[in-house]
Design a protein around this ligand. Structure first.
Ligand code: CP
Ligand code: NVA
Length: 312
């Protein structure tokens, strides 16, 4: 049966750790130019309703490095749900390609694609989740700290798609997640309830930046205005003004704190230029790891024998 990666609910803890381990092996092998043509002859369709630098380039590059090919489908090419229904697009693509990655406005579109395709569908960001980014971030923290278990991750900003995926990861992987967000910008209450039930005591949500970040091992932030919310940008700039990672917030965290951002970043808004460019920041390591974790995801989800055997 095919597997999808629509949210982190689709992966067990063991599967996440396996993907991180496989990605680290693939990363090491890229550095010594050892090729892994595990997906030779296979094709990835890349549906994008929103802009992207990292997700597009890393999926496309990753597929080429695995010996396959990728087709980028811009919003104007297929006009998801407008030119024809999402279900019909999924059924057609399933007859030609082996894998689909989709970046959509509505999360329902990714769900609909997965439900109606016979090939695996990977969520490349929706309004509700960004699982590939958080898997790359877990890989990055594993490289630096050996594991994420027991860490305190503090997120400052909007209760958005990144936060939802972090919440699911915290429940699966056993770290503390503390969110500081303005009142009215909390994450989806159903997701919060699900995660608090699964990981009692590990999740904190407050409007107090200092409370959330005190002693944190990791400081994370994301844009105040996500793609699709552009008309709210002026209002959000006022509401979120205090929700910034700056030198004072870094000083409030652990002395060895790791500063993370999924990018793109708006220096001077959610994070100061001084902090994002400081030695504690690992933003480029995170971005680099998108390539390796997504290669691991694609090889594994496609059932490439070599991807399954690692750790066996
Ligand atoms: N972090 C991330 O997904 O970047 P892009 O929007 O550039 O793909
Ligand atoms: N929350 C951001 C993440 C970008 C990678 C957005 O959805 O635009």
């Amino acid at each position: 049966m095919k597997r999808d990666l629509v949210t982190l609910r689709d992966l067990s803890r063991e599967e996440i750790l396996h993907l991180v381990s496989l990605a680290r092996r693939l990363k090491a092998d890229v550095r010594v130019r050892r090729p892994h043509p595990w997906l030779h002859g296979r094709t990835l369709a890349m549906i994008f309703e929103k802009p992207s630098l990292r997700t597009r380039v890393t999926f496309e590059t990753g597929m080429y490095q695995l010996g396959g090919g990728a087709i980028y489908l811009a919003p104007s090419d297929i006009q998801l749900g407008t030119r024809e229904p999402v279900a019909d697009i999924a059924a057609n693509l399933s007859r030609w390609v082996n894998l689909i990655v989709a970046r959509t406005f509505s999360h329902d579109s990714v769900v609909e694609l997965a439900r109606n395709s016979t090939v695996p569908v990977i969520n490349g960001l929706s309004d509700l989740y960004h699982p590939c980014q958080v898997l790359a971030d877990v890989m990055t923290l594993t490289e630096i700290r050996g594991a994420v278990y027991g860490l305190k991750v503090a997120f400052v900003g909007d209760g958005n798609n990144m936060v939802h995926s972090w919440l699911l990861a915290a429940a699966k992987l056993g770290f503390d997640f503390c969110l500081a967000c303005p009142k009215g910008y909390e994450p989806d209450p159903d997701i919060v309830a699900e995660v608090m039930a699964a990981a009692p005591g590990r999740i904190t949500i407050t409007d107090d930046v200092m409370e959330a970040t005190r002693g944190a091992d990791v400081l994370y932030t994301d844009v105040w205005t996500s793609m699709g919310q552009e008309e709210e940008a002026d209002r959000r700039r006022k509401v979120f003004a205090r929700y910034q990672i700056n030198a004072e917030v870094v000083a409030n965290a652990d002395k060895d704190v790791i500063v993370m951002h999924c990018l793109p970043a708006h220096r001077g808004e959610e994070i100061t230029a001084e902090v994002i460019d400081c030695p504690r920041s690992v933003i480029l390591q995170q971005a680099e790891n998108r390539l390796h974790i997504q290669k691991a995801i694609m090889a594994w989800i496609e059932g490439a024998e070599e991807a399954r055997l690692v750790n066996a």
